[in-house]
Write a protein of this length. Structure first.
Length: 183
């Protein structure tokens, strides 16, 4: 698929069919995440694929609560992927300290987007979740206390394949030449 077609095709999916995702397709998505660039080649991520129904239901239940309920759809997804932040290497750590920019989070975001673009390319839908009960999920997945879950990704076959119109800023409202010119 042409890259421009792919970036328009990739969208947040919140309704999934109950069709199981083939392991080969999951592996393609993992490989795309693995190949993502990272600061100083630190590769500070681990993907935990959750496709066991019991564990997936426990994790899905920890993506919302009585106040924040917008992630309830995660129960429909055949797969949830927890993306764990690993320690960055020394060079990246020094860069983060000297610039006050957390390269680990940036790197994790790039890897997640590679994963999601690959999924879209092979006919799978994804939704990146930033709100979840991290401590509950860490306990369910036996993630060490000294690690963070950066993001979750729901993965599966979209119930509908209609591409929604993307409401985005105009290029002139989000880019400038040579100098920042926000009015």
């Amino acid at each position: 698929m042409d890259f421009n077609q792919l970036i328009y095709k990739r969208q947040s999916v919140r309704q999934y069919t109950d069709k199981k995702v083939e392991r080969e397709k999951i592996d393609l998505c993992l490989e795309a995440g693995r190949m993502a660039p990272s600061a100083c080649n630190s590769q500070p991520w681990t993907f935990v694929v959750i496709d066991d129904d019991t564990i997936k239901e426990q994790v899905a239940s920890a993506t919302y609560n009585s106040v924040v309920s917008f992630n309830k759809f995660s129960h429909q997804a055949p797969v949830i992927v927890a993306v764990v932040m690993e320690s960055v290497n020394l060079t990246s750590k020094i860069g983060t300290k000297s610039t006050d920019i957390d390269y680990g989070f940036i790197d994790l975001g790039i890897a997640v987007e590679h994963f999601c673009l690959q999924a879209a390319d092979i006919g799978l839908g994804t939704c990146i979740l930033g709100w979840f009960q991290a401590e509950k999920i860490k306990k369910i997945l036996e993630i060490p206390k000294n690690r963070k879950i950066g993001l979750l990704i729901t993965l599966g076959y979209a119930k509908e394949d209609t591409i929604r119109v993307k409401n985005r800023k105009q290029i002139d409202d989000m880019s400038f030449n040579n100098k920042y010119c926000k009015k």
